[in-house]
Ligand binder design. Structure first.
Ligand code: HPA
Ligand code: ZN
Length: 335
């Protein structure tokens, strides 16, 4: 299956660019920018990545981002991730970025978005990888702060496909951001939100009803509401599931207990994604391999994760048709 997964064309829909900062690059940037970090070797950084829940991860993740100061740093970060995409046959990616993690440290919004966008543009021409950018609001901060960030983003609207919601889910339900999401929809932007990762199934319902999301990030706790599961299957509301992330953050005890295959077989539009690959132990292939290693899945079912991701992506119908053909042609030769 490893070879099949490696060559399978893949689409990533849930990837935080700040979560692709590998310890080696963290060290390089710390040195280049003369930023102090509380570790003496990349090995020590890796050993610190033992998480008990979402918050224990977020504390370390926000600290890691402190080494990102200049446009070139954001370019290097994004370019390194795109190299992984290239090596792993990821043909399209929709990337989250968290501007508030940077603007709160005095980094201009423009520095962040221009560094990331320049790498995405270069990957389009040099690597043939297409992409979209999704700006996330940090839900532990206020809605006023999100609105201020949204206003800073408006001059760069053409570079952004949509807005999302991430960070601490407990105590910060989707409806806290109804107003800023309505502003985004009024500007023609699509919306997504993390919901039902650590928070209750109720958050998935409010993300759909109050924030008008086109897909739900994680969403695995939907199983706590049978009616909701039926509704997600009927409407084909996509869930961007992140298997290795869910194990690392103790959402499930182990991969055997993960519900992604069960949801796939119930007809939900579930997809496989890497979330924060530098922190959670792997990129797209590692996530596919972890699921395939723990669950009974044939080639058609594994390819269905990519077909679902194409259906759930923010690209044109023509682009979807071309990518679907690529996957079906691959499946035909792989049997
Ligand atoms: N959940 C919430 N916030 C995040 C995550 C996540 O999985 N990754 C990065 N920010
Ligand atoms: Zn995430």
């Amino acid at each position: 299956m490893q070879k099949f997964i490696q060559k399978l064309p893949k689409i990533e829909l849930h990837l935080h660019i700040e979560g692709t900062l590998e310890p080696e690059l963290m060290f390089e940037l710390a040195k280049r920018n003369q930023v102090e970090i509380p570790y003496s070797t990349p090995e020590e950084v890796k050993n610190a990545y033992q998480f008990t829940d979402l918050q224990s991860f977020l504390d370390i993740y926000y600290q890691g981002a402190n080494v990102l100061l200049h446009e070139q740093d954001f370019f290097d970060l994004t370019w390194a991730y795109l190299q992984h995409c290239h090596e792993e046959n990821v043909i399209h990616t929709e990337i989250f970025f968290d501007p508030q993690t940077h603007t709160s440290r005095g980094i201009p919004f423009k520095t962040v978005i221009q560094g990331i966008s320049r790498a995405l543009e270069q990957a389009r021409t040099e690597l043939g990888i297409s992409s979209q950018l999704i700006m996330c609001f940090l839900r532990h901060l206020s809605e006023e702060d999100a609105i201020e960030t949204f206003n800073q983003a408006l001059p760069y609207k053409t570079l952004i496909a949509g807005v999302g919601l991430d960070s601490s889910e407990q105590g910060h339900p989707p409806e806290k951001f109804s107003k800023v999401f309505a502003m985004a929809r009024n500007e023609g932007l699509l919306t997504v939100a993390h919901a039902g990762e650590e928070g209750p199934a109720e958050n998935i319902i409010t993300a759909i009803n109050d924030l008008g999301v086109s897909r739900v990030d994680h969403g695995v706790r939907c199983v706590e509401d049978k009616k909701l599961v039926r509704q997600l299957a009927e409407t084909r509301m996509p869930l961007t599931v992140c298997p290795l992330s869910n194990i690392k953050l103790c959402v499930f005890e182990n991969m055997q207990q993960h519900n992604i295959t069960d949801l796939l077989k119930k007809g939900l539009c579930v997809t496989i994604n890497s979330d924060d690959p530098a922190y959670f132990g792997g990129y797209m292939n590692a996530n596919f391999m972890a699921v395939a290693g723990a669950h009974e899945l044939n080639k058609n079912e594994l390819a269905q994760f990519t077909l679902n991701a194409i259906e759930a992506s923010f690209i044109t119908e023509e682009e979807k048709d071309a990518m679907t053909k690529l996957v079906l042609d691959y499946l035909a030769t792989a049997h």
